[in-house]
Design a protein around this ligand. Structure first.
Ligand code: XMP
Length: 324
């Protein structure tokens, strides 16, 4: 049976020196496990898969094949950053798959949140499977499983991992950070030289902006959401103490606006910021009014189609963190 229990003797990785020691140990262990084999990794650009990629690049270089699937629901600049960091700076073997049209076509007209999640998860597996079939000689599948994923095996990230692959693609698993807690993954990521905005990224759901573009996703509302989200993250990110998660949602309704004396209908950006320890309950931190106003002004001035900005002050329970 697979060993899924963190060794009791394992020291908590809290310092760069401890991270370096972990990296040395893991690089040796990965070389031992993999030998001359080839490893496949779905690289989302999130902290867990990025740290796994960086560890494997150090251990086996080009024998790691990273596949980055752009499903169109990533945040502004994310696919570009994955390419820059891994292909350009770390010289990784990276396959970039532009699957934007595929996902958005499949999601067209689908308003039910769980159905949207299922479509995104299933399509992700399909795209990944197609890429895996084009490759030869893959013997291992790397995953960014971390210890909380094992502890809550029905956790929110379950669909994120590529467990749904067909039998013949279920390669031997490589999970070098599976005994680490999130804070430890970040310390290791920093020691591996990953950029801060990757290492300290806030949690981002697998279905991405798909669950924040409430109801049936349309391309124009999704683009408005992506632009507004970048503004919300930039402005709230400037605060001396940043909330645990902060983003925005755009509900599938329109409200009346007025421009040049004429009434028209536009979308509503809803700012959401929460603090939580485990995402089971969440509180709403104070955001300075001046920050809210800056966000409002920038969104109204630059994001087409939006004529109203609101702030969601609901706590969990009863409101969930995400809008869907
Ligand atoms: P809720 O909305 O349930 O979210 O209060 C709790 C935490 O989980 C994240 N979340 C998801 N993560 N796939 C994910 O990987 C999902 O479908 C999903 N839905 C919610 C959410 O961002 C929050 O951190």
């Amino acid at each position: 049976m697979e060993n899924n229990k963190r060794p009791e003797t394992m020291e908590r990785i809290t310092t760069p020196a401890l991270a370096e020691a972990f990296i040395r140990e893991q690089v040796a262990a990965l070389r031992e496990q993999i030998g001359d084999g080839k490893v496949l990794l779905a690289l989302s650009g999130g902290v867990d898969s990025s740290v796994v990629a960086a560890l494997l690049i150090r251990a086996i270089g080009k024998n790691l094949v990273c596949v980055h699937v752009n499903h169109g629901l990533l945040r502004k600049g994310e696919p570009e950053q994955v390419i820059r960091v891994f292909r350009d700076e770390m010289n990784a073997n990276l396959i970039y798959v532009d699957a934007v049209d595929r996902f958005l076509d499949k999601l067209a007209g689908v308003a039910e949140p769980e159905k949207k999640r299922k479509i995104i998860g299933a399509e992700f597996i399909r795209v990944f499977e197609e890429e895996a079939r084009k490759l030869e000689g893959i013997g291992f599948l790397a995953q960014g499983t971390i210890y909380p994923d094992i502890l809550e095996s029905d956790g929110v990230k379950a669909h994120h991992n590529v467990g749904g692959l067909p039998e013949d693609l279920r390669f031997e698993l490589v999970e070098p950070v599976k005994f680490l807690y999130k804070d430890e993954v970040r310390v290791v990521g920093k020691a591996l030289g990953l950029p801060d905005n990757m290492v300290y990224r806030q949690p981002f759901p697998g279905p991405g902006l798909g669950v924040r573009c409430v109801g049936a996703i349309t391309r124009d509302r999704l683009e408005a959401l992506r632009e507004a989200d970048a503004i919300v993250r930039e402005e709230i990110g400037k605060l001396p103490s940043v909330p645990w998660q902060y983003f925005c949602a755009i509900p599938d309704i329109q409200s009346t606006g007025i421009k040049d004396g004429k009434r028209y209908m536009g979308w509503i950006v809803v700012i959401r910021a929460v603090n939580t320890v485990d995402a089971v309950t969440a509180t709403v931190p104070e955001i300075p009014f001046s920050t809210l106003c800056t966000i409002r002004d920038r969104i109204i001035a630059t994001v087409p189609g939006v004529n109203r900005v609101a702030w969601d002050i609901s706590e969990k329970p009863v409101a969930t963190i995400e809008w869907e």
